[in-house]
Design a protein around this ligand. Structure first.
Ligand SMILES: NC(=O)c1ccc[n+]([C@@H]2O[C@H](COP(=O)([O-])OP(=O)(O)OC[C@H]3O[C@@H](n4cnc5c(N)ncnc54)[C@H](OP(=O)(O)O)[C@@H]3O)[C@@H](O)[C@H]2O)c1
Length: 309
């Protein structure tokens, strides 16, 4: 049985992953208490104790607005920690799947960002994540950098879908930003994608023990990939879809008017890219399948959330 070290197990993605990974390998999940990523020595200690064949770094400093003032902390967790993880993985001959973000791009394009596009983050969070990407690329030969976007799931502290459900049950009118377009991504589909990548990494240490029930072994080679649910949408249109789907499932929905507003009408400490759609072509070729459409992911998440009530 091969060993996976998974960071960030209290997060949205981190809570979704063990159930999918456990049939594939022995998973050692670590939370902030057992591994504080702001402490480089702890990172080295835990990795040398666990001796994983694969590390999945699902932990991150994700408070995009707070990162504007807690810049050093964001840099430590998103930039320095992944670099140390990468060094340790390299020393062990382990593989590393590191999760990154659409916010490494400035949003000036109006066609989907490919893996070849040059990052140019416009906020401190994006800068810290880009630093982490660079460290991972430099230090660990067998790495996968998986950029995702607009992540939401039934688990974890909060996200746009949960906020819309809460506000939509309380208010008749909501104002939602219409001039930011991206690719909403359900953690269930993202976790499935990560498991498929894990099952197909070209690392002899991982051998056949990590193996999904597939006819043919795929070859997911080292490098950077984009993974979001398929399709692109604004926060405003996504909010409307959330209320449509939530109503069908029986969630309480009081909201009658969703009003489109511009980013300038909703100022935030951190700037956000106006357009951060990630092209899924490369990952679709590598995995032999397209990530499901965002509406399908949304329905799945809402069903999961509804069943937990
Ligand atoms: N959320 C999004 O919209 C989004 C978009 C694009 C990319 N991503 C990327 O996707 C990945 C997963 O995001 P997510 O939404 O699942 O994040 P999340 O729900 O905010 O979870 C972050 C995880 O990181 C842990 N963490 C934070 N600081 C830590 C520290 N100092 N030491 C150890 N653990 C620490 C958190 O622990 P605590 O519970 O103790 O805080 C939590 O388990 C991240 O790499 C993120 O950058 C997210």
């Amino acid at each position: 049985m091969k060993r996976i070290l998974l960071t960030g197990i209290t997060g949205q993605l981190g809570q979704q992953l063990p159930g999918i990974l456990e049939p594939l390998a022995e998973v050692t999940g670590v939370d902030r208490q057992s591994l504080d990523l702001a402490q480089p020595e702890e990172i080295r200690k835990v990795i040398s104790e666990v001796k994983p064949d694969l590390i999945i770094n699902a932990a991150a400093y994700t408070a995009v607005d707070k990162a504007e003032t807690e810049t050093e902390l964001a840099k430590a967790i998103n930039g320095i920690a992944p670099t140390i993880i990468a060094e340790e993985a390299q020393q062990l001959g382990a593989s590393l799947i590191h999760i990154s973000t659409d916010y490494v791009f400035d949003g000036r394009k109006n066609t989907p960002y490919t893996e070849e596009d040059t990052p140019n983050p416009i906020n401190a969070y994006g800068q810290s994540k880009l630093l982490g990407e660079e460290g991972v690329r430099q230090k660990c030969e067998r790495h996968i950098i998986l950029r995702t976007a607009w992540v939401y799931g039934a688990y974890g502290k909060g996200n746009f879908v949960k906020t819309m459900l809460r506000l939509g049950a309380e208010r008749e009118e909501l104002r939602v930003v219409v001039d930011q377009v991206g690719g909403p991504t359900w953690t269930g589909d993202l976790a499935q994608g990560i498991a498929m990548i894990a099952a197909n990494l070209p690392n002899p240490r991982l051998g056949e023990s990590i193996n999904l029930d597939q006819d043919a072994k795929l070859n997911v080679s080292t490098g950077t990939y984009h993974f979001t649910n398929s399709g692109a949408i604004s926060w405003y249109d996504f909010a409307i879809a959330i209320f449509e789907e939530a109503q069908l499932l029986g969630f309480p929905v009081k909201v009658k008017h969703v009003v489109p507003i511009t980013t300038t009408e909703y100022p935030t400490p951190a700037k956000r890219p106006a357009y951060s759609v990630l092209s899924g072509k490369k990952i679709s070729v590598a995995l032999g399948t397209h990530p499901p459409h965002w509406r399908q992911g949304l329905r799945q998440m809402l069903k999961q959330l509804y069943s937990q009530q």
